[in-house]
Ligand binder design. Structure first.
Ligand code: PGA
Length: 250
């Protein structure tokens, strides 16, 4: 059985105080979320330990939005995977399109981050997805396949079995334009097929999350698709009621 995961990517939003208040509101409502759904949140680095203290011993899992491509040392401003594991975080988002685009994170960098995250015992949530012009040119499958082949199908089966994939079409992120459930299902089935070519039956166990303007009004239809195992939620994860409503949409 695949794990159902709804993960909130807070991006660069909230002060520590606001983040702690948001996690407190989630704690108050977590009992409404079905037991078999994992609710995870990825606050900014500065918030992690305070939020951890808030949610420790609860069903809410903690993640980070990024980690360094180096293990330690003179890398001013960076946060290592081992530091995240020491909070402790459980998840780390790697390869988000905003990191790929604004911070020029390419396959060699992402491969290092994946290796360090796995070595630290973190579960990577690895993001793939095409840009608008790539979809319009009919190249979305090609783009997704190459993102997977550069970083994921090169993993050992044991490492691969720990990874969560997020399909996030760049044109749907923060734009209010959600992929239709048919478009999303088609992409997720394609991702699973590529993973199965390298990892066989293990691909059937991989959770593949959808991300991109997912909200409570469209989550149920998306999550009802055969190959959609949850969501990576940006904007809508900043409001506790809305985020909980998404997690209840399964
Ligand atoms: P969004 O972002 O839900 O605000 O579109 C999703 C993401 O970037 O993970």
């Amino acid at each position: 059985m695949r794990l159902k995961i709804v993960a909130g990517n807070w991006k660069m939003n909230t002060t520590v105080e606001q983040g702690v208040a948001l996690s407190q509101s989630l704690l108050e409502q977590i009992s409404q979320v079905p037991e078999d759904v994992i609710l995870a949140i990825a606050p900014p680095f500065t918030h992690l330990y305070s939020v951890y203290q808030q949610i420790v011993n609860s069903r809410i899992a903690l993640g980070a939005q990024n980690c360094a491509a180096y293990d330690k040392g003179a890398y001013t401003g960076e946060v290592s995977a081992a530091m995240l594991a020491s909070v402790p975080c459980k998840y780390v988002i790697i390869g988000h399109s905003e990191r790929r685009e604004y911070y020029r994170e390419d396959a060699p960098i992402l491969n290092k981050k994946l290796a360090l995250a796995l070595q630290a015992g973190l579960i990577p949530i690895f993001c793939v997805g095409e840009r608008l012009e790539e979809r319009e040119a009919g190249r979305h499958f090609e783009v997704i396949a190459s993102q997977l082949k550069e970083a994921i199908t090169v993993l050992t089966p044991s490492d691969f079995s720990k990874v969560v994939i997020a399909y996030e079409p760049v044109w749907a992120i923060g734009t209010g334009k959600t992929a239709t459930s048919e478009q999303a299902q088609e992409a997720h089935a394609f991702i699973r097929k590529i993973l199965a070519e390298s990892f066989g039956v293990l691909a059937a166990q991989t959770s593949i999350l959808y991300g991109g303007s997912c909200k409570s009004s469209n989550a149920a239809e998306l999550f009802a698709q055969k190959d959609i195992d949850g969501g990576l939620i940006g904007g809508a994860s900043l409001q506790a009621d809305e985020f909980i409503a998404i997690a209840k949409a399964f």
